[in-house]
Design a protein around this ligand. Structure first.
Ligand code: TRP
Length: 468
């Protein structure tokens, strides 16, 4: 077997690969999205299903993506084409790469708008806007911000430019330094926030909201008629929990695959995947533990939606000593976390344009950034000009719709296809030689990838469309 190398360069060490992939995984998904969907879907039981999806679907697929990437050493489109050819399969498997390019594009368009909110909040924090703020004021502040489309557009534009800037320089030069320091700092700050919530918030209620599962409340919609209660199963929370497992780990679109293609040969795929999944889950749970005690302690609404962290954390910053500094630092770090994620959303497409179209990295990054910026207008207006019912498509705003299609459909389908390719259409030898795992571990993983993961995804899809 010949050893391929990537034309785009390689990470300089194993640590850098883990940090870059963790940088991609840890982002708005953990700190902004996890708390708000957990709040919307009623807590504990949703969290439990999400954790189960991480273990049974997320971890195996993470290993699949890294191994395919490192084996193919190209953009996901070309990696899948090359590997399919090597394993005597149809070139149509490269559609996994195409679907990933599309999902990355759609996701960045809204991701950037939310990251823009965080950018704006850096300036609010630094100028002392949160000092002594009340629960009611913090809600108004958020409403006023997202209600003003020119402001939201401005910060969306800034964030897209930031993303293009790093991708244009090459992920390695652009990223290595940033991830080495910022991730540990973010973790430390989250711990400070959890400490504050323990002392000042309703920690007991926040904790039990997150960790005591009430399946009936989360997965059934009940109504009482004539004194008789009737309940119907509702598949959406299940689908959302699985979709979020893909979203938060950056799986199903080739982001981890393309990072894997820059991975040094001697690095352990299993060890790296375990570490990345662990860090990602830790950050999400810490964010939940920081936010929900504040929600309940201040009589706020857990189901407040996408504004949840922007309407809770500033209360803490406004009241704690050194809050102006901590608040500023927190939103700066949130922006960095989003930044190290957003670049992985465009990297697969950029790598392909460089490989197949001979386009310069800089130009590829700029054009893709422009496209995402344009599409992002849909999300910018979702919270102001186009928030009204008359602009909803299938009952959802443009933002909700993009989020639903990518997170709940495209990513799981992409991940399913990768698992099926690896487990059923490629040789066992291919996976064995990339993973280098001793038995029984390899056999267990192989069984999971062939049976458990695909069946898990399919069952959840069937539940969601009401077949099961
Ligand atoms: N995982 C990131 C987050 O949690 C977002 C992200 C980056 C992503 N790259 C991705 C999501 C690829 C899906 C696919 O914020």
């Amino acid at each position: 077997m010949t050893e391929r190398t990537s034309i785009h360069g390689q990470w300089s060490s194993r640590l850098i690969f883990v940090l870059a992939a963790a940088g991609s995984a840890v982002g708005l998904g953990n700190i902004w999205k996890f708390p708000y969907i957990t709040g919307e879907y009623g807590g504990g039981a949703f969290v439990l299903v999400y954790l189960l999806c991480i273990a049974v679907i997320g971890l195996p697929v993470m290993m699949v993506e890294i191994l395919l990437g490192r084996r193919g050493r190209q953009s996901p489109i070309n990696t899948m084409k090359t590997l399919a050819k090597e394993e005597n399969r149809t070139r149509l498997w490269s559609w996994i790469g195409w679907s990933g390019v599309l999902s990355g594009f759609l996701i960045l368009s809204f991701y950037s708008v939310i990251a823009g909110w965080a950018l704006a909040y850096v300036f609010k924090a630094v100028s002392g806007t949160f000092n002594g703020i009340t629960a009611a004021q913090v809600g108004d502040l958020f409403g006023a911000h997202v209600g003003s489309w020119p402001l939201v557009l401005l910060w969306h534009t800034v964030f897209i430019l930031m993303t293009v800037f790093v991708v244009a320089r090459g992920v390695r030069a652009g990223l290595e330094k940033a991830v080495t320091y910022l991730m540990p700092l973010l973790l430390a700050l989250l711990l400070v926030l959890v400490g504050y919530s323990m002392a000042e918030g309703d920690f007991a209620r926040g904790f039990s909201f997150l960790f005591s599962p009430d399946f009936k409340k989360v997965f059934y919609t009940c109504s009482v008629e004539g004194g008789i209660e009737s309940c119907a199963f509702n598949g959406e929370p299940l689908l959302t929990a699985m979709g979020h497992a893909f979203f938060t780990l950056s799986l199903g679109m080739g982001a981890i695959m393309v990072y894997g293609s820059y991975m040094p040969k001697r690095t352990s795929i299993t060890g790296s995947a375990l570490l990345i999944v662990f860090m990602d889950t830790l950050v999400a749970l810490l964010a939940g533990l920081a936010i929900f005690p504040l929600v309940f302690g201040n009589n706020l609404e857990p189901g407040a939606g996408p504004g949840l962290i922007f309407q809770t954390l500033p209360i803490a910053f406004g009241a704690m000593t050194g809050g102006q500094l901590f608040g500023t630092l927190f939103f700066v770090l949130l922006v960095f976390a989003a930044w190290t994620s957003s670049i992985s959303l465009v990297e697969p497409a950029v790598a392909w344009l460089v490989e197949n179209r001979g386009i310069r990295r800089r130009h590829a990054a700029a054009w893709l950034g422009f496209g995402c910026w344009l599409l992002g207008l849909g999300t910018v207006f979702s919270f102001n000009l186009m928030s009204g019912e008359q602009y909803h498509i299938a009952g959802k705003t443009v933002f909700d719709l993009l989020d639903f299609i990518t997170t709940n459909i495209l990513l799981p389908v992409g991940g399913l296809a990768m698992a099926l390719f690896t487990g059923w259409f490629a040789s066992r030898r291919m996976s064995e030689s990339e993973l280098g795992l001793p038995d029984p571990w390899f056999s267990i993983w192989w069984f999971v990838v062939r049976f458990i993961t695909p069946v898990g995804v399919l069952i959840i899809f069937l539940h969601a469309i009401g077949v099961l």
